[in-house]
Design a protein around this ligand. Structure first.
Ligand code: BG6
Length: 491
């Protein structure tokens, strides 16, 4: 029972209004993140949080719900009674049906007069238009207002454009915060520092010094209780279109002129626009779709995707994707970029591997010419960087062996690491746009992804089976082998 949170530096009053405020995302991520910001005295004193839902609850019922559901998503160590009570005091509940204009008058009456407003739309995108129109109709949008959009932002280019057009009728681009929670991860932000806060890698960060780039976001979990959403979505839309392409942008972009939101986003956009469009033949050759079958995950038996609850019989939704991409620009010409993501893989691991070029020639008869120098950037679950090099094995003769220079960032910095949503919510509150996607970025990502979806529809092949708890279908290894590379765990 420690600290009563005190206010950080003076800040204008702000109302953070969460549509879908008692929904899954809010309970699991947003409210715990806001609590942590409150606990660590980062939430400005005059910030009020309004959770919106359709239930006709009074405050007592709302608080009972929050007390029951939210603490389970906060670590026991961080739950301090006084801070928790202080956090509850900032929370308000407003019963709002997003389709009913009259409810927005009630909402207006609940907000602090003259406060800045940030509207977080943690609802299905089909409600975005109604919400924005009714906010506008009730006079609740002004030049200082912000809107936060949660994914999925579209299921193809046309639907993404539609969302952008609709929201854009009521909010300027500079007021729109499109969330990709990967951009809020400490480790992902650190990638920018690795590249642009150091000089040693930059001269080598290009063709022909780099042989390949691999980006893996592997999950050990299965589809869980999200069958309804996931089966209509699949791994390409759920993970590649947003998280993996955003990681790729940070790995591949040119140095931005500053950290200014548009300076960074301009450079990311150039990467997305330089991705070589995939033809139908490329899709057939350079992409692999997979679906997990029964196996074991971390010691426990795991069902196959088709046996999971509420998955339609015979579903052909992919739970795994591996693909080879190319970036058509001077820096990356001829460097294959491999992206891979999947559920029920061998372990949870997000990692970027930069494989440097093969030796042009070797003077060590027993040692391979093949690439041995790899920079491995582990983003999660651990945060570390390894540089793999060749060294001489002690003893007579000249036997070479790979060894690693290891940098463990978690022990280098013992400070608390905020969760992605906490960092991004603080950005919203402070009005910082750098780690959010701009409209043109989102649309460029869909422009590249859509031909893959179309190619798959034309091919009409079933996804390739892989056993739960493995690293994906064999075809994924073959994709790499064709380029003389291997996924890092097979190298
Ligand atoms: C979400 C996807 O965007 O990211 C989920 O919808 C996925 O399917 C999740 O599990 C992974 O996020 P993290 O932070 O656990 O790597």
């Amino acid at each position: 029972m420690s600290s009563t949170p005190t206010a950080p530096a003076a800040h204008d009053p702000l109302d953070l209004v969460i549509f879908g405020g008692v929904g899954d995302l809010s309970v699991r991520k947003l409210l715990p993140a806001l609590y942590m910001a409150h606990l660590h005295h980062n939430l400005p004193e005059q910030t009020r949080i309004h959770a919106l839902g359709r239930q006709a609850w009074d405050r007592e019922a709302f608080v009972a719900f929050i007390q029951e559901k939210v603490p389970g998503f906060i670590s026991a160590k961080a739950l301090e009674d006084e801070a928790w009570q202080g956090f509850l005091a900032r929370l308000n509940y407003v019963s709002v049906d997003a389709t009913q204009a009259a409810d927005f008058t009630t909402l207006g009456a609940a907000l602090q007069p003259g406060a800045e407003r940030a509207y977080y739309l943690a609802t299905a995108p089909s409600l975005f238009t109604d919400i924005c129109a009714h906010l506008s109709g009730a006079g609740l949008i002004d030049a200082r207002s912000r809107v936060v959009l949660e994914k999925p932002l579209g299921h193809d280019l046309a639907s993404a454009r539609h969302i952008n057009d609709e929201v854009g009728r009521y909010f300027q681009e500079s007021q729109i915060f499109r969330i990709d929670h990967y951009l809020g991860k400490e480790t992902v932000q650190n990638l920018m520092v690795l590249r642009f806060g150091n000089t040693i890698f930059e001269p080598l960060w290009r063709s022909p010094f780099i042989k390949s780039v691999q980006i893996t976001v592997a999950e050990a979990v299965g589809v869980g209780s999200r069958a309804g959403f996931y089966d209509g979505t699949g791994a390409l839309r759920d993970m590649v279109q947003n998280h993996l392409l955003q990681l790729l942008c940070i790995v591949a972009m040119e140095p931005p002129v500053s950290l200014d939101p548009d300076a960074v986003r301009d450079e990311k956009l150039k990467v997305l626009r330089s991705l070589r469009p995939m033809t139908a033949a490329d899709v057939a050759r350079d992409t692999v779709r997979g679906q997990y079958t029964a196996g074991a995950s971390q010691g426990d038996a795991a069902k196959g995707y088709l046996q999971e609850d509420n998955i339609p019989e015979g579903s052909t939704t992919e739970t795994f994707v591996a693909l080879r991409a190319h970036i058509n620009n001077w820096r990356w010409a001829n460097v294959p970029i491999f992206l891979r993501t999947g559920k029920r893989m061998a372990e949870r691991r997000s990692e970027i591997v930069i494989e440097f070029a093969d030796l042009p020639f070797t003077i060590f008869p027993d040692s391979p010419r093949q690439a041995v120098n790899r920079l491995m950037i582990r983003l999660q679950p651990e945060e570390h960087i390894q540089l793999q090099m060749m060294a001489k094995e002690p003893g007579s003769g000249m036997r070479l062996r790979p060894v690693s220079l290891n940098l463990d960032l978690e022990s280098a910095f013992v400070a608390r690491r905020a969760e992605a949503y906490e960092r991004l919510l603080m950005d919203v509150i402070k009005g910082r746009l750098t780690h959010f996607m701009r409209r043109d970025e989102l649309e460029a990502a869909w422009t590249w992804v859509e031909p893959i979806l179309n190619g798959w529809a034309t091919l009409a092949e079933k996804p390739k089976a892989y056993t739960a708890g493995s690293w994906g279908p064999a075809a994924s290894s073959a994709l790499m082998a064709r380029e003389g590379s291997a996924w890092v765990e097979e190298a």
